[in-house]
Design a protein around this ligand. Structure first.
Ligand code: CTP
Length: 138
């Protein structure tokens, strides 16, 4: 991990990153390439239960440990509420917010404080599809 400098361009992104897969890796690599430091908000278990109606397969602590161990990631934090994006962006001094294009347009309100970039999702893979595939073959 490198310390932030005043010149460092910080990128922030958010996600559950449950049952970590190559689509997650690709979005993290592409987000990191947009700046000097990548900070990742990993969504809390409670938030996922509210958002997706199920508990993640891996706990928030496990998901944070996996994401934090990735070479392009400088820091992780727990995203406890979807309503706190603005606070998280400011708190981490982010210059760029990166989201998958499944969220296209939904975060444009933050263009007053940072750049907002939507990246195309990696086709044909998702945590939900993986869970369904594994359950069907079990
Ligand atoms: N992502 C991606 N390509 C995929 C799947 C996810 O680029 N094929 C990105 C999402 O756009 C998001 C981040 O990875 O920026 C975390 O997404 P997350 O919701 O945790 O993963 P999903 O696989 O989409 O999970 P689910 O099926 O539970 O919605």
């Amino acid at each position: 991990m490198s310390a932030p400098t005043s010149e460092a361009r910080t990128v922030i992104t958010f996600g559950t990153f449950d049952v970590f897969h190559v689509g997650h890796l690709r979005v993290i690599e592409r987000a990191a390439a947009l700046g000097d430091r990548l900070v990742v908000g990993v969504s809390a278990d409670e938030l996922n239960i509210r958002k997706k109606g199920r508990e993640p397969v891996f706990s928030e602590g496990e998901r944070m440990a996996i994401v934090a161990a990735l070479k392009p990631v400088h820091a992780v934090f727990l995203e406890e509420s979807l309503e706190l994006k603005r606070e998280y962006i400011l708190e981490h001094g982010a210059h760029v917010l990166v989201m998958g294009d499944d969220w296209e347009g939904r975060f444009d309100e933050f263009r007053d404080i940072c750049d907002v970039v939507y990246l195309p999702r990696t086709p044909a893979i998702s945590t939900t599809a993986l869970i369904e595939k594994i359950s069907a073959t079990g």
